[in-house]
Design a protein around this ligand. Structure first.
Ligand code: PRX
Length: 662
């Protein structure tokens, strides 16, 4: 069997793959890319024309990065749910499976065709309307990975309600914050779900969150509960809580629901993500541009063909699941797997068992999962038939060459191209990526910008008066984008100034990503990690300031805290917390456990610090600013690289911190 050719560290796609790919050479890509940035009117206009518009746009785009203003498909009217469902049925895909749900118990499989999805979505849209939900209202969704989640999303999109999905692993407090910020009056949740052989309750957190909202003067009027687990009782509050199953079965609920035609710039969803302050940002995406971008990026990057079976292992609670489990696949008429459980239960071959069972052809996961499975040994993938796979993807954090090689060898059998896709919640879809049939890849390089993406690695600038200068080849710069692309976020919900200040000030005239990147001789991008106070723990994005705020709120013990990231073999990065205790409070392991428990309660398990060190002070400049560089170096064990510490108010604190390193 042919394997991919490797030359000077570059891996070339097989000829068979190239022949059938949408884009078969770099030259072809260059031509398309040039048109996409120089003549978006034609390039994006043509792509958008492949989709259904109730009213055609007047102009493709308009932007002003000096004001943070972006518009796409101006004046156009469409509906994303219509394009994902009705339009697919019109194209003859009515009986094709749209959502393939695989529960944790292997026999728990639900296959929903496009026609069945349309009926379910229409019913649930009618349920939402019955409950008073109207265009522009926010609907909070706190659901596990079950098929009802895409149904709920598409139901919102059909009637123009704005969904805000909260990852099921977030705590009640984190859920409260998001409900309050979005002003959601309705919450969709489940009684519980399966996780590693246990039943976990979602409703318990949902109830606490609703009570906490009430304390802040905000009432969640309606809670719809999916009965995911049988024999798993949860309290139902009369007048507020109802079962999803009863609601959609009610005699007055029709399985037909008229479409709310949306302006291209009408909001589609809000998704909260971490930034460099203590408060998560409500990233706002709108309808038309996001639709066109999720459509085209899915099609070209995954080289999607009608016969493919697509499996993205992300959670729909993160942007990857929004764009590449639900919207991107469905607008392309694909079969997309929704998987409830974890990669390692009952054995560390669960992903591979699913690939074998459903003959998955495109598989998309995160480096942290690959590293965790790599540790379990190759016997697990070798015990499964993975011959249906033709393309692999990676997302969420830089993929280290060892993990890349393992993925390539044991999962891709040295024949599947790997697309290492760089993007963010803010970008709506993938921005930097290989096109799998068009050029060779290098492990740990995300390679080239997708169509419409004018990406640059820029040298830092101190003011708008300085010109923007590209970092020299192979030297790190700030990853920025010079113009808007259709899937770009349009704002931070309720905080227009924060939107501008976060993304458009660091490099005036550009969108600033928060990531560092280098470009090599071929123009390939290599992502170097965040250069702001955001850490990627197991591919989950966490703001260090958020974790500090959670720690500081344990105010019986904590006087001050500083949290930084440090390299971790499996998680990619982990959190390291330096804590100054209040006078009279004794440091102890019990206290460490309490602090971890407190952070889990305030945010969720994904925010628990992996290491905690009690300190008597923090390295601060004379003006009181914490020198995080030093804390990062100590956490990483790079004690020889601490650099100049003489500008600190009290340089002796560094010795103490180094000695007490965990
Ligand atoms: O640091 C980058 C990293 O993940 C961040 C975005 O996180 P989030 O908004 O949660 O979205 C994750 C899924 C799109 C980025 O700023 N990141 C994402 N993909 C990659 C990556 N870092 C390196 N390589 C990638 N392929």
């Amino acid at each position: 069997m042919a394997v991919m050719k490797e030359e000077n560290g570059k891996y070339y796609p097989l000829e068979d793959f190239v022949e059938q790919a949408y884009v078969g050479s770099r030259a072809e890509y260059e031509e398309m890319w040039k048109q996409s940035v120089n003549d978006p009117e034609t390039f994006w206009g043509d792509i958008a024309s492949e989709l259904y518009w109730h009213k055609k746009w007047l102009k493709v785009n308009r932007e002003d990065f000096f004001k943070g203003e972006i518009e796409w498909f101006i004046g156009g009217k469409t509906n994303l749910a219509y394009n994902c469902l009705d339009a697919q049925i019109k194209k003859g895909r009515g009986d094709k499976v749209a959502i393939l749900f695989q529960g944790e118990p292997d026999e728990d499989v639900v296959k929903l065709t496009y026609k069945e999805m349309l009926k379910l979505v229409s019913k649930f849209a009618n349920v939402l309307k019955k409950k008073g939900v109207r265009k522009g209202d926010r609907v909070a969704i706190y659901l596990p990975m079950i098929w009802q989640l895409p149904v709920a999303m598409l139901a919102c999109a059909r009637i123009g309600a704005i969904h805000t999905i909260v990852f099921g692993g977030f705590s009640a407090e984190a859920l409260r914050d998001r409900i309050l910020d979005a002003g959601a009056k309705i919450l969709i949740t489940a009684n519980g779900y399966w996780r590693s052989g246990k039943n976990v309750s979602s409703k318990a957190n949902a109830d606490i969150a609703c009570d906490l909202c009430a304390k802040e003067g905000h009432t969640v009027d309606k809670v719809v509960v999916v009965k995911r687990l049988n024999n798993f009782d949860v309290p139902m509050k009369a007048g507020r809580d109802t079962w999803f199953e009863d609601e959609i079965a009610a005699s007055d609920i029709s399985d037909v629901c008229p479409v709310q035609w949306m302006d291209a710039e009408d909001p589609l969803f809000i998704l909260y993500t971490s930034g460099s302050t203590g408060k998560p940002k409500g990233v706002l995406h709108t309808t038309g541009g996001y639709m066109v971008y999720s459509y085209s990026s899915f099609k070209y990057i995954f080289d999607y063909k009608d016969k493919d079976i697509f499996f993205c292992t992300a959670d729909i609670g993160w942007v990857t699941g929004h764009t590449y489990i639900v919207y991107g696949p469905m607008i392309n008429g694909a079969t997309s797997i929704v998987f409830e459980s974890v990669p390692t239960f009952p054995n560390p071959d669960r992903f591979w068992q699913i690939v074998e069972k459903f003959k998955v052809s495109i598989f998309y996961t995160a480096p942290t999962a690959i590293r965790a499975l790599m540790k379990e040994g190759e016997k697990w993938p070798q015990g499964r038939d993975l011959s249906s796979l033709r393309l692999l993807g990676s997302v969420g954090e830089p993929i280290n060459p060892e993990a890349w090689m393992w993925y390539h060898k044991y999962i891709g059998s040295e024949k599947c191209p790997i697309v290492d896709t760089w993007w963010q919640t803010e970008t709506g879809g993938i921005l930097i990526t290989p096109l799998p049939g068009a050029w060779p890849t290098i492990p740990s390089y995300a390679t080239l910008p997708f169509f419409g993406v004018d990406a640059r690695a820029l040298q830092p600038r101190s003011s708008a008066n300085e010109p923007a200068v590209d970092a020299p080849v192979n030297e790190q710069g700030e990853l920025c984008i010079a113009r808007s692309w259709p899937g770009m976020m349009r704002g931070v919900f309720g905080e227009p100034e924060r939107f501008f200040n976060t993304y458009f000030v660091q490099q005036p005239g550009f969108y600033f990503s928060g990531d560092g990147a280098i470009r090599n001789e071929d123009g390939y991008f290599r992502l170097m990690g965040r250069i702001d106070d955001v850490v990627n723990v197991s591919g989950h994005r966490m703001g260090t300031a958020e974790v500090e705020a959670a720690l500081n709120s344990y105010n019986t013990a904590v006087a001050e805290s500083a949290v930084v990231g440090f390299p971790h073999e499996v998680k990619g990065e982990d959190l390291y917390a330096y804590i100054i205790l209040k006078s009279g409070v004794e440091p102890s392991d019990v206290l460490k456990k309490e602090l971890v428990g407190h952070v889990r309660k305030e945010i969720g398990p994904i925010a628990s610090p992996g290491k905690i060190q009690f300190v008597s002070g923090l390295p601060k400049t004379r003006s009181g600013k914490i020198m995080r560089r030093i804390l990062r170096k100590v956490a990483a064990g790079a004690i020889d690289e601490l650099g100049d510490t003489t500008t600190l108010a009290d340089p002796s604190i560094v010795d103490e911190i180094v000695k007490g390193r965990q």
